[in-house]
Design a protein. Structure first.
Length: 396
């Protein structure tokens, strides 16, 4: 019997008693008063039965709880009996009304109860870092010297004639290391309560560092402590002899025009040509220009594009990269971009400020490395718009 029913019966009983008093005060007839008495009696019996039923239910519940309690604590009771000391307390649960609201999901699950850490689905751009010239150094300064032809050259000399003079110049330059760093703050509780939390935190710092490094190598603006990226070194396309030279050019004509521009652009006479080995475009352009390209029979023109998500033609690798804006093309001899690792990536754990007394700690990931292109080698980098290049080489 639930509390709502007991309350309703009690209210009805009180209402009948109040009605009887009113009837009596108003001089009601005997028959009217007896009728009210019978109603009160009936209601009272119903209320009494309900109360007894509730008591019985409570007794049954109490007995059941006590039995369960004694069974669960049987060993402890035996120990107390044997040692003649100790206490054990039984606290019966309060009887509550049963309804549909009594069951179901907990309104708010314990914090992190369902946390099941996996791995971060972060992009891996290590292959793009590998296109550059990567080395290691233990010096905080990276000096290099560039040589450049100056005046004069060889010539044929008549008997007794004067030999021509020739010379060259050199310039010393210095690269400085750049530091990449980030940190995470965690509580000791989150490490203790959530499986794999520390390893996942380390994984996150590591993978984010790799992405940050690749982005800096290609898109760093060179301002302040930022490295200068390959696209920032990149110059715009110079058509030269290729201007208006190709009838109805396609995408591969654009790529080869970029490669030719880099090959034929020199700092001084007889300089060894730069040979582009990398072309990066947006994934949408990669699909439109290469994956979906068909021959006269409707077959894929570049099957490797769809199979391997890359195309290699004449030693040049064409790859899609989501970081390249749609419509842009990056073409370069990436061997001329130098990445010298000075302080390898490492993770350090320690306390800062009042973390020792607040049960927190800091996890720092950092590295230092050189990232630069020698001054004369900047000619080996080109970054422009596909449509602009196509227009420049299209024959009217």
């Amino acid at each position: 019997m639930n509390e709502e029913l007991l309350k309703a019966l009690n209210l009805k009983f009180e209402a009948l008693q109040a009605e009887l008093k009113v009837a009596q005060d108003a001089g009601a007839t005997k028959e009217e008063v007896l009728k009210l008495h019978e109603a009160i009696k009936t209601q009272g019996l119903a209320l009494e039965a309900a109360i007894e039923a509730a008591k019985e239910a409570q007794v049954v519940t109490f007995v059941q709880e006590l039995k369960s309690f004694l069974a669960e604590n049987a060993e402890e009771i035996k120990r107390i009996e044997k040692n003649k000391t100790g206490t054990i307390t039984f606290v019966p649960k309060a009887v509550g009304a049963m309804s549909r609201a009594s069951g179901g999901d907990v309104a708010a699950a314990p914090v992190n109860m369902n946390t099941n850490l996996g791995h971060f689905n972060l992009r891996n751009d290590e292959v793009l870092l590998g296109l550059a010239s990567v080395t290691s150094t233990n010096s905080p300064v990276y000096p290099y010297t560039e040589l450049q032809a100056k005046d004069g050259d060889y010539t044929f000399v008549a008997e007794g004639g004067t030999k021509p003079q020739t010379d060259f110049k050199w310039e010393n330059r210095y690269a400085e290391p750049k530091k990449a760093a980030a940190y995470e703050v965690m509580s000791t509780e989150v490490i203790q309560d959530i499986a794999r939390m520390e390893s996942v935190a380390r994984e996150y710092l590591t993978k984010k560092h790799g992405l940050h490094k690749a982005n800096a190598i290609y898109f760093g603006d060179g301002l302040g402590q930022n490295p200068k990226g390959a696209t920032a070194y990149g110059r715009t396309f110079s058509a030269g002899a290729l201007a208006l030279a190709v009838a109805t050019p396609n995408f591969m004509d654009v790529v080869n025009a970029c490669i030719t521009d880099i090959y034929t652009t020199q700092n001084y006479t007889d300089e060894t040509p730069y040979e582009a080995n990398t072309v990066l475009i947006n994934p949408n352009d990669f699909f439109i220009q290469l994956v979906s390209a068909k021959d006269a029979n409707g077959l894929p023109l570049y099957p490797q594009a769809g199979l391997f998500n890359t195309v290699t033609i004449g030693g040049v690798t064409i790859k899609p990269w989501i970081k390249i804006p749609a419509g842009k093309i990056f073409c370069a001899d990436m061997k001329q971009y130098h990445v010298a690792n000075y302080i390898p990536f490492q993770i350090t754990i320690g306390w800062i400020n009042d973390q020792f007394i607040t049960n927190q700690f800091t996890m720092v990931g950092e590295s230092r490395y050189f990232a630069f292109v020698k001054k004369l080698d900047e000619q080996a980098f080109l970054y422009d718009t596909i449509a602009t290049i196509k227009t420049a080489i299209t024959k009217p």
